[in-house]
Design a protein around this ligand. Structure first.
Ligand code: ZN
Length: 145
């Protein structure tokens, strides 16, 4: 099977176990310094304690990571980072994974995405609301007139 059909975040998660979150962090922090594809193999360099030579390749119906780090296993965090970098490139956003959208309790902004948009008026309203709420709970923080 081809690398593209085998390489999914679900599979990476399963293979890497607890290393997945660390690999995700490496990827998000931009520690993948090189990523190239040769045939069904990804070849890259990933910064960690040292800079590691990392390969991710498809074999049969499985994906494997190969890395110059001492961790070993089928998929170390460096291999996860390289694979995630590649997947993000395929989706057209090589820099980082999109931040998950979280519904906010505050009604001024419906979602975190709205918060990151340029909404100066709403942001000011949110701050006013937060300050008001804070002063209600901590009246001693208000300057006495
Ligand atoms: Zn490694």
């Amino acid at each position: 099977m081809s690398l593209d059909s085998l390489l999914t975040t679900t599979r990476l998660r399963t293979l890497a176990g607890s290393g997945y979150q660390r690999g995700l962090k490496y990827f998000e922090q931009g520690q993948v310094v090189e990523c190239a594809r040769e045939g069904e193999t990804l070849i890259g360099l990933v910064d960690g304690t040292e800079t590691y030579d990392v390969r991710v390749f498809a074999h049969g119906r499985q994906v494997y990571g190969q890395c110059s780090c001492p961790v070993g296993g089928p998929m170390c965090k460096h291999a996860v980072a390289l694979a995630l970098h590649y997947l993000a490139e395929q989706e057209g956003s090589p820099r980082s994974a999109p931040a998950p959208e979280v519904a906010l309790a505050d009604p001024v902004f419906a979602t975190t995405r709205e918060l990151s948009d340029d909404n100066a008026d709403k942001l000011a309203a949110l701050i006013r609301g937060a300050v008001g709420l804070f002063l209600k709970e901590h009246p001693e923080a208000a300057r006495a007139e």
